[in-house]
Design a protein around this ligand. Sequence first.
Ligand code: PLP
Length: 368
Amino acid sequence: MAKASETVLEIDLNNLEHNYNYLRSKLNSDTKFLAVVKAYAYGSDAVKIALKLEAIGVDYFAVAYVNEGVALRMGGVKKSILVLHPQSVNFDKLIEHCLEPSLYSPKILREFLEATKRNGQKDYPVHIKFNTGLNRLGFWENDVDYIMDQLKERRDIRITSIFSHLAATEDSTEKQFTLKQIDTFTKIVSDFEEKLGYSPLKHILNTSGIINYPEANFDMVRSGIGLYGFANDEEIDSQLKPIATLKTIISQIHKIEPNESVGYNRAYTSEGYRVTATLPLGHADGIGRQYGKGKTFVSVNGTLAPIIGNVCMDMIMVDITGIDCKEGDEVIIFGGNPTAHSFAATANTISYELITGISQRIKRVFKS
Ligand SMILES: *Cc1c(COP(=O)(O)O)cnc(C)c1O
């Protein structure tokens, strides 16, 4: 790949394909694959990622909000798109763009039935979400009869899937809890299908679930982070390839005398003679202040250099003393070494937060 000449997020679509094939290889051959492309496909580019995944055989997509689904449709994505957390104010727009809502409460179900009626819809595909212990969104086990009552003698909607979400698939100490969630879901499924009279798709696993609970494939799995190269597991991470590399260049190099300060609030003070480099990205780009004050390192010509002082809105300063480099040289913020996972860990957070936070100000470039 060409060297960066400004700050870019480089996205490798071959790595995306590798990760997709790897995750697929962990599934039963008839299990469908839903790709979660919410939040700009975890901070990359939802349309580019979805079109690539559509071309290599993904069955379904999911986003969080209606406007994310609309953007995929505008970008030419044809396959079904589940909207995980729709707001009823956007239901007409959702229907207009053939997006499929997750219905998770009596209120949202009633509001969607009003929308299908208003729009003259029949057999509109919807997904019913059950809460099995995450306690975030979802109908309760004992809401099944209520749902059936609402559907009686109505042909407005057709239940395409029923699903639930696991709270701690990456955490082996929570195995009992996870198995209990899967068991609760299994019970809901059998009650629901019996009363409904037909058989919707069933799904509960996210990426770490695919790895750790292969017995719970059901009909479909929902994977996000794994596609982007992380699985909350060192061994699996070594098999996946991060799709995104955040790169920048050195804007300016300074030679600092002992006892000088660098940056806002003089948060860094030099003990001896130091050399610093100023880089064109900051907290407005998603590299938050928690990464400053020497905690986190970036890679300058293959050598790790700490981010010193306070992270500014549009810039960071790094200590490059002893590193062979010059103004204009490329710097890797994360991607190869450090990985987004290890970069995020220096500030006690997770790859998900770091990569989804890379601002839209940064240009995305594609390698395919
Ligand atoms: C975000 C999300 C996923 C994807 O989880 P990963 O850990 O990224 O694979 C799956 N299901 C639901 C309901 C989600 O909100």
